[in-house]
Design a protein. Structure first.
Length: 256
């Protein structure tokens, strides 16, 4: 298998990130790149359908999670941290638009509206999602929301800020995603993803045959693989401490 990031050869097996040991294992459908350290999970079913339907049913009642006060309260600290990243790394006075990719239940956008930009600031907040359950809720809350496969959407404009909080790992074709991000980002792209830590970044099982199945993660990144993915599209990159996942996650701020 060829690495979806750097195009080097990958090996099938289990990566022990503590011992720095790779154990080959056939029929695992988990592959690691020796060049950039990226891990790819070869889920063979329809990943888009999984995220539109089964993903929301696995982590909530049939028909989708209830986006109530309890849902948003559980995400309060995470979203406060995300808002702080923008305050610390973005020149907000020069920004007018933001798109949140894979916005989910909208906790981040709602907090931004309420705490930061709801009083006199004209920053336009928009969203993208594939889950019809999430899309309905986001639109109900007043956010312009693009629906469908992010990489195939014909966006109407560029955005000063594009955010993707624990989303990129869920997209199988990350080269197309990177091109789309570059196309619609005017100034800043803020991304946070799980790293290739633990046994195969949390795997060590075949996602197509194991009873626990697929958890939606096609990719587990290293700093090297994430920078390589976007190196041709942005001038500078800054690493910040990840909010969700701590040392097992990676947060980067790319700037044009």
């Amino acid at each position: 298998m060829i690495c979806p990031v750097c195009k080097s050869e990958m090996r099938e097996g289990i990566w022990d990130w503590i011992q720095k040991i790779f154990t080959p294992k056939s029929n695992l459908d988990c592959h690691r790149c020796d060049n950039c350290g990226h891990i790819f999970v070869d889920y063979k079913e329809d990943g888009l359908d999984f995220h539109k339907n089964e993903w929301r049913q696995k982590f909530g009642a049939k028909g989708g999670i209830r986006f109530d006060s309890s849902f948003h309260k559980k995400r309060d600290l995470i979203c406060r941290g995300r808002c702080q990243v923008l305050e610390d790394y973005v020149d907000l006075k020069k920004c007018k638009t933001l798109l949140d990719v894979g916005a989910g239940g909208g906790s981040f956008l709602l907090m931004m509206n309420q705490q930061w930009w709801g009083k006199g600031n004209d920053l336009q907040l928009e969203a993208q999602e594939i889950s019809t359950h999430c899309i309905s809720y986001l639109r109900e809350k007043g956010f312009k929301t693009y629906d469908g496969d992010f990489s195939k959407i014909n966006f109407e404009k560029q955005y000063d800020i594009v955010t993707a909080w624990h989303v990129v790992e869920h997209v199988q074709d990350i080269q197309s995603l990177a091109k789309q991000v570059a196309k619609i980002t005017k100034k800043y792209f803020i991304v946070e993803v799980p790293m290739a830590a633990g046994s195969n970044g949390g795997y060590g099982r075949n996602p197509n045959t194991h009873k626990q199945g697929f958890n939606g993660h096609y990719h587990f990144f290293t700093k090297e693989s994430m920078i390589h993915l976007f190196k041709d599209y942005f001038k500078t990159v800054t690493e910040n401490k990840a909010i969700q996942g701590g040392e097992y996650s990676l947060q980067l701020i790319f700037e044009k």
